[in-house]
Ligand binder design. Structure first.
Ligand code: MN3
Length: 215
């Protein structure tokens, strides 16, 4: 029997207010419960018409978009991409401690990650600067990513809309949602402040997992 609605909204791995003051509770509630839920719902509705595609893993769909029936290819790309990107994003964020100053185990850059980043960037500060510049330059709605290229080096790229690096065979290490819905309630048009805030709540432990995946 084919499952009617295969894809489901994952729970946030922390409380809605856990990323305060960097990302506010109201933004997290809207972003997760409304925006992310809508991507899941619209993906399920699109797949309903093509039962043989319902049980495929999201990564399989997004990694082989050219094989997805044309009638739903754009819906899978946009809503499947939105579902995948947000599921990834929640997990590369982690709460700072209650004072927001002292780093926690998760938000401390590990030595291993530092070493791996410094193979591709002159310094951690320079990596952050380039990531920020890329996120600021992302025109309209999209994402900024740190990706691992096939030969192993790291690079920073932007993708438009909900396009995801896995659709072009790149392995995402770190990603930042730069759609206005990700920051507008708290930061309005000040995307730079949102990006600076993001650097305080990166789950470096999770980043290290992505970096060392396959090693
Ligand atoms: Mn979003």
């Amino acid at each position: 029997m084919v499952v009617k609605f295969m894809h489901t909204l994952p729970l946030l791995p922390y409380a809605y207010d856990a990323l305060e003051p960097y990302i506010d509770e109201q933004t997290m509630r809207l972003h997760h419960d409304k925006h992310h839920q809508t991507y899941v719902d619209k993906l399920n509705v699109a797949l309903e018409k093509f039962p043989e595609w319902q049980n495929k893993k999201l990564e399989e769909l997004l990694g082989n978009l050219e094989t997805v029936p044309e009638a739903i290819r754009m819906a899978v790309r946009n809503h499947g991409g939105g579902h995948w990107n947000h599921s990834f994003f929640w997990n590369i964020l982690a709460p700072a401690n209650s004072q927001g100053s002292t780093l926690t185990e998760k938000t401390t850059l590990t030595e291993k990650t530092r070493t791996l980043l410094e193979k591709s960037f002159p310094s951690i500060d320079e990596f952050k600067k380039r990531f920020k510049d890329s996120a600021l330059a992302c025109f309209g709605s999209g994402w900024t990513w740190l990706i691992k290229q096939s030969e192993g080096s790291l690079a920073i790229i932007n993708t438009p809309n909900q396009d995801t690096p896995i659709s072009v065979g790149q392995a995402p290490i770190l990603g930042l949602d730069v759609w206005e819905h990700a920051y507008y309630l708290k930061y309005q048009n000040r995307r730079a402040e949102y990006i600076d805030a993001f650097f305080n709540i990166i789950n470096w432990a999770q980043v290290e997992k992505h970096l060392t995946n396959g090693e």
